[in-house]
Design a binder for this molecule. Sequence first.
Ligand SMILES: *Cc1c(COP(=O)(O)O)cnc(C)c1O
Ligand SMILES: [Zn+2]
Length: 419
Amino acid sequence: MFVAELRCAICGRSYTPDEVAYTCPHCGPAGVLDVLYDIKALRAAVSREDIARSADTTLWRYRPLLPLAAADRVPPLAVGGTPLYDAPRLAADLGLAQVWVKDDGRNPTGSLKDRASAVVVARALAQGIEVVTTASTGNAAAALAGLAASVGLLAVIFVPASAPEAKIAQLLTYGAHVLLVQGNYDNAFDLAVEAAERYGWYNRNTGMNPYTVEGKKTVAYEIAEQLGWQAPDVVVLSVGDGNIISGVHKGFSDLLALGWIGHMPRLIGVQADGSAACYQAWKTGADPATMPPIASHTVADSIAADLPRDRVRAVRAVRETGGAFVSVPDDAILAGIPVLARLSGVFAEPAAAATYAGARAALAEGHIQPDERVVLLVTGNGLKDIKSAMRVAGAGHPVAPDIVAVEKVRQALGLPTFR
Ligand SMILES: *Cc1c(COP(=O)(O)O)cnc(C)c1O
Ligand SMILES: [Zn+2]
C-alpha cells in the first residue's frame, strides 16, 4: 500500500497509520487526519491507462490509491461506478452551458456513504475487528449496516430517534443493532465515541475515522475518468459534516498530484439555512476549528449538523479551490426535488436535491459563470425520504374505472393525442 502518513489538518503533525486510529491526539476531535500517499511511488506504479484497463467497475478500480494492502479482503457489494449523466434540459433550465448529474443514489444502500463504509469495513477486516459502530443521521448508518452485513460483521448504530423511517428500516433489515438516541445527531456521535472506546469497537464516525474520506474521494476519481480525465470547472454538492466535500477535494487533489488532471475544480458547498455553520465560518472568515455549535433545523436531515465534524477540511476545500458556500432555504431544497427528477430523471432525497437550489444560488451570487462545465453531485436516493418528496411532487388524479372519466382528465390536463 502507498499510504505514507496521516497528517493533522490543524497542526500538521504526522503519524503512522499504526500510531493513531482516529483524530490528532494533540488537537483533539477537530484535528482530523488526512491520509497522505507516497505520490512519487504511486506515479511510478500506476497510470491512468492501468486504471482504464481494469475490468472492475466499482470503487476498487482505484485500489492502488486506497489505504489497503494487496492481500486485504474487501466487501463484495458493488459500491461506486455510478453513472454521470449529461443533463442538457437541466443545464438549459439553470442557464448553464453544460451540466452533468452524478447519481450516487445508485449505490447499494442508496447513498454516497457506501463509498466510505466500504473502505472502513475493509479496514475493520484488515485489523480483525468484528464489531463496527457509527453515529449517523441515517445514510452513513445504512451504509455501514449494509456493508457490514455483506461480510458478516456486527454493526451497532447510534441514530437520533427522529431519523426518517426508510433509513431506520434499512438498518433493522440489515440486522444492525440500532440504538435510537433520544437526542440529536451530536448526542449520538458522542455516544458512539464513548462506546467504541469502552468496548474496542471500530468507529466509522464521520470526521473522526480518517478512512471515510478515502472512500468518498473515489467519486471525484470517477467524475474525472468519466469526463476523459478533463476535470469539470465546478462541482456542486451539499454539506453537513463536511466529509463528502473533503473527500471530493482529496480525490481531485490526488489526481492533480499524480498529473492525471490539469486543474482543480471549484467546489461549491451547499448548506441549508437552518444548518449553515460552514457557510457562516467561510463568509465571516471565522476559524472553523474553534467555532461554537449552531442549533440545526432542516428538512434535509442528511445535512443537519450543529457543529460539522469535518468543518476544518470543508472550509479548507472551498477556500483552496476558490469555490464558495451557499445557503438555501428548506422550501427551495424541497422544490428542487421534482425539478431535478423531471429534468434529469434522477430522484434525489432532500439533501441531495439541495444541489439544484445551491447551483441556482451560486449562479445568482456569481460563484458560477454560465459558460462553465458543472457537475451536480446527487448524494442520496429519493426513496430514502418519500414524505419530503410527497410534499412537493403533486397529487394523482382520482378516476372512475371507465374511459369516459379518463377522457375528462385528459382534457383537463391537456394531454395530447396522436390519432
Ligand atoms: C451525508 C450526506 C450529505 C452530507 O455529507 P457530509 O459529509 O455530512 O457533509 C449530503 N447528502 C446526503 C444524501 C448524505 O447522506
Ligand atoms: Zn493536530
